[in-house]
Design a protein around this ligand. Structure first.
Ligand code: S3P
Length: 434
């Protein structure tokens, strides 16, 4: 599937983005092992989250869609020891979060399971979860060099202290889920602040996770997890496309409603504000243990920014769209400390360079980041998504500010994280799509 985009007139009005992907995955997994039913309102019905739903169902957990208008999901939890032996491999499709979090949850079960995925997922490294889980006593193996598929044979686990070499919420969540079943204390030390949804959600369900700075401790085994309904806020990583669109398309003033503004997620706001972007947080509030706000974005001239250190994990999924913003900013934007980008859905240093260069931008890739020189007038082109949803959406937003027509080739991956992206684009910019 291709998506063709034309230059946009000013963006006005209000948009809502779908529910947060990370919170939806966690609500499903914690709901599966909770005692009682969990209702998840505003869940993200994306390809990645459907993979988690499918795996949870294969583990014997009933997941029902409600038909009452606001379309919730109900997960009928089976308790910490109630999951069933899956009769076939658990298909994580293209979702790294599904595979890594499930590996942790399954390590302490009393049965064996196999975690499989598609070709894109099979290229992604799993040693970051395999190595610490083995230290906890897990019996887990991947294919040469710890790539998927993973076989996990449930075993008795014990707590360890593990220092993550790279900040990763997926690894932290994997180990916290294993720690629930482990004897003794598990301590996870992060080198930087990754998203903290797991810690928040575990605490809200009665599981003691003690966080002191970047160290997180959980004492297991946990006797039970309480069921707790979830209202999933809008995904900041999806809002990011409209934030940058409104910042770049001249004369725009766009309101993005109900966005999760957890500070472990909003590094892009810090970077854009340092670039001179006009972003107001309206009506800040707490919803179900997560900070939420409406964001009002107005176009403004941008200057280059430097992004490294702790800012990187706080905006790890936003580098493609940041790089697009940088093409329109005065000066050289430099990104470093971001080698992690090379092991996302694609090698994002390479794909950011390829996509933006195709639109006429000046991007220089480096081992742990890239430089973007701006401002550069972009020209429409046929641009390959490389099967990466975030690159596909970045190219589409690029098309709003490029001269001529932009065609995103392979846009069928967008619903991995953002079902309804093209429809929202169409509603917002009726002339932008043919
Ligand atoms: C996620 C964590 C991030 C992010 C991914 C979702 C999560 O990965 O890139 O899209 O839900 O925990 P890392 O924490 O491994 O960087």
């Amino acid at each position: 599937m291709n998506l063709t985009v034309h230059p946009a007139p000013p963006l006005h009005g209000a948009v809502r983005v779908p529910g947060d992907k990370s919170i939806t995955h966690r609500a499903l997994l914690l709901g599966a092992v909770a005692e009682g039913s969990t209702r998840i309102r505003g869940y993200l019905d994306s390809g990645d989250c459907r993979a988690t739903m499918g795996c949870v169902a294969s583990l014997g957990v009933a997941v029902e869609r409600e038909n009452d208008g606001d379309g919730g999901l109900v997960v009928h939890g089976r308790g910490l020891h109630g999951l069933r032996t899956p009769s076939r491999p658990l298909d994580c499709v293209r979702s790294g979060t599904t595979m890594r979090l499930l590996a942790g949850l399954l390590a302490g079960q009393r049965f064996a399971s196999i975690l499989v995925g598609d070709a894109q997922l099979c290229r992604r490294p799993m040693d970051r979860v395999v190595t610490p889980l083995r230290r906890m006593g897990a019996r887990i193996a991947g294919v040469g060099g710890h790539r998927p598929p993973l076989t996990v044979t449930g075993s008795a686990l014990h707590g360890v202290e593990h220092a993550l070499p790279v900040a990763s919420a997926q690894v932290k969540a994997c180990l916290l889920l294993a720690a629930i079943y482990a004897e003794g204390e598990t301590v996870i030390a992060e080198p930087g602040p990754s998203r903290d949804h797991t810690e928040r959600m575990l605490r809200a369900r009665g599981v003691g996770v003690e966080s002191t700075g970047l160290r997180h401790a959980l004492c297991g085994p946990v006797p039970r997890i309480a069921a707790l309904d979830v209202a999933v806020p809008g995904d900041f990583s999806s809002a990011a496309y409209w934030i940058v669109a409104a910042a770049l398309v001249p004369g725009s003033a766009l309101l993005i409603r109900d966005v999760n503004v957890n500070p472990t997620r909003t590094g892009l706001l810090d970077a854009l504000e340092a670039m001179g972007a006009h972003i107001e947080r309206l009506d800040p509030r707490d919803e179900g243990g997560e900070p939420v706000a409406d964001l009002l974005v107005r176009t403004s001239p941008l200057r280059a920014v430097e992004v490294g250190g702790d800012l990187v994990p706080r905006m790890i999924d936003e580098f493609p769209i940041l790089a697009l913003a940088a093409t329109q900013a005065e000066g050289v934007t430099r990104v470093w400390d971001a080698a992690e980008l090379r092991v996302k859905e694609t090698d994002r240093v390479a794909t950011i360079t390829a996509v933006l260069t195709a639109l006429g931008a000046r991007v220089v890739p480096r081992a742990d980041g890239f430089d973007v020189e701006g401002p550069t007038p972009l020209r429409g082109a046929a641009v390959d998504s490389h099967g990466d949803h975030r690159l596909a959406m970045t190219a589409a937003i690029g098309g709003l500010v490029a001269r001529g027509e932009t065609t995103v080739l392979g846009a069928g991956c967008i619903p991995d994280s953002y079902p309804g992206f093209a429809e929202t684009l169409h509603a917002l910019v009726p002339g932008a799509l043919p």
